[in-house]
Design a protein around this ligand. Structure first.
Ligand code: NAP
Length: 490
């Protein structure tokens, strides 16, 4: 990996402002998913070192408080500048460990940076209230204070931005953090810790506890059980989110969950066909279909169905598979063998139940996890591929006749993260937006994420919101103060 600043590549964990190894010296390998080459051997921490990181974070609470809102805003602004200065190196590290094409890694770095810029603006605006009292001898104040030490557990699919979405509001509010990144992508997280230090973050304000998948449970248990940790912010699968939320109940922690989706992508007869196809490509193939907001189910009205399918197929045939650092690559590899096995299982089930594969449908070779853009039609709600998050480059087509049928198909009994639809009918725009049971709706666009908007899901897709004015709420506690003996003068 060629970097301009080789000091950004770290293999030790970051605890209390210091780079540390595991107590027993153990390490795990981080590999390039495109080639299988080993990129680094990273410190494999356990519950013991996690407890140390929690103590370090506890010690940083007062330091962040002393900075004041203006000081924390300045810290976030400096960190955003560091991210901008080192954007290319960050993108290269991300592509190496995650596999996404370099332009997508650059876009993720910019997306993550936007959260530090946004929350630098929010830090001085965490206002309390003075409330008219019920009697003239009382005064009622509502204070807004940091929740306390936060824990974060993040996935591999957005190795930097999923951390930025949590770290930026946490620091803005004055909450130190202990982060456990995914086994597959710890390098981007460690780079962020290095840049936070360079930006002047107090020691202990941002700790990164690295471990592998076998160590994740022990580290997670330590974070969930600690009474010092007052909040867990988790992004990942719904199954692990439920497990962790259950564990946090023992200390009645605040829990924010950004979990899996099963996004419908509706195209009505009156849609702009070309725009719908371009939107579909973005919503489906970004990060090779491995995003929580990836369109999972394409629901197409009968009148436009054939034209949409044929045009999309033509565009899919031009997509280039390859290593993320090769010019012209549109799709990198799937993250690992497990991800590949899931895609294959879902497609096998669809085939068995009568779906037709029009394009792709088989791994590229037996040695790698590359999987081609795949188009399937005749998909029904009875098939697993309709009900489960695919997390791969498969477009499933289902035909519908009218709006009511479309809504019934689109609303999932469990998932409720994000939905998309294309239509030029303004009235339908309001009706459909309101009827879709999702936390986010993209109308005539396949790309909805931005730092100014509240990102999050309903139902089993999550709790809480990240980004926007709402993003700070998860990191702020409300305290009510009642002053007595305040009789008016005279
Ligand atoms: P995952 O398996 O749930 O892993 C997420 C994180 O949890 C990783 O750091 C993982 O560590 C850790 N983990 C796993 N088991 C744990 C345990 N028992 N205790 C503590 N930590 C544990 O999810 P993933 O496969 O990495 O990510 C894909 C999922 O994330 C998809 O469902 C996607 O939709 C969802 N996602 C949601 C959003 C959103 O904003 N809603 C955004 C991105 C992704 P290891 O990696 O070391 O196993």
């Amino acid at each position: 990996m060629e970097l301009t600043d080789s000091g950004l590549l770290k293999a030790q964990a970051h605890v209390g402002g210091t780079w540390v190894d595991a107590d027993d010296g153990s390490r795990f390998a981080v590999r390039d998913p495109a080639s299988g080459a080993e990129l680094a051997r990273v410190a494999r921490l356990s519950a013991t070192e996690t407890m140390r990181a929690i103590d370090a974070a506890d010690g940083a609470l007062a330091k962040l408080a002393r900075l004041g809102a203006a000081g924390r805003a300045a810290l976030l602004t400096r960190l955003a500048s560091e991210l901008e200065r080192h954007a290319e190196d960050l993108a290269r590290i991300m592509t190496a460990e995650q596999g996404k094409p370099l332009p997508e890694s650059r876009a993720e770095v910019a997306y993550g940076r936007a959260f530090f810029e946004w929350f630098a603006g929010e830090a001085p605006r965490i206002y309390g209230r003075v409330v008219p009292p019920p009697s003239d001898d009382k005064r009622v104040l509502v204070l807004r204070q940091p929740v306390g030490v936060g824990a974060a557990i993040t996935p591999w699919n957005f190795p930097s931005a999923m951390i930025a979405r949590k770290l930026a509001p946490a620091l803005a509010a004055g909450c130190p953090m202990v982060l456990k990144p995914a086994e597959a992508t710890p390098l981007s997280a460690l780079t962020l810790a290095e840049l936070a230090s360079r930006a002047g973050a107090p020691d202990g304000a941002f700790n990164v506890v690295t471990t592998d998948a076998d160590g994740a449970d022990a580290v997670g248990r330590a974070l969930c059980a600690s009474p010092v940790v007052r909040k867990l912010s988790f992004t990942g699968s719904t199954a692990v989110g439920k497990l962790l939320a259950g564990r946090c109940a023992s200390t009645v922690k605040r829990v924010s969950l950004e979990l899996g989706g099963n996004a419908p992508f509706l195209v009505f007869d009156d849609a702009d066909l070309e725009a719908a196809v371009e939107g579909a490509l973005i919503a489906k193939f970004r990060n090779c279909g491995q995003t929580c907001v990836s369109a999972n189910r394409f629901l197409i009205q009968a009148g436009i169905y054939d034209a949409f399918r044929d045009r999309l197929r033509g565009r899919m045939e031009t997509l280039q598979l390859g290593p993320g650092d090769r010019d012209g690559t549109d799709l990198g590899p799937l993250i690992d063998g497990q991800g590949l096995a899931k895609v294959e299982r879902l497609l096998d089930d669809a085939r068995e139940h009568g779906a037709d594969v029009l394009l792709g449908g088989a791994r590229v070779d037996a040695q790698t996890t590359f999987y081609p853009p795949t188009l399937v039609e005749g998909v029904t709600p009875q098939m697993e591929i309709f009900r489960e998050e695919i997390f791969g480059p498969i477009v499933t087509l289902t035909r519908f006749d009218d709006e009511a049928e479309a809504i019934a198909l689109a609303n999932d009994p469990r998932a409720g993260l994000c939905a998309y639809y294309y239509s030029r009918d303004l009235g339908r725009g309001f009706r459909v937006s309101e009827a879709l049971e999702y936390g986010m709706v993209g109308v005539n666009t396949g790309l909805i994420s931005n730092a100014a908007a509240p990102f999050g899901g309903v139902k089993e897709s999550g709790l809480g919101r990240e980004g926007g004015a709402e993003g700070i709420e998860d990191w702020v506690e409300t305290k009510y103060v009642c002053f007595g003996d305040c009789h008016p003068t005279g």
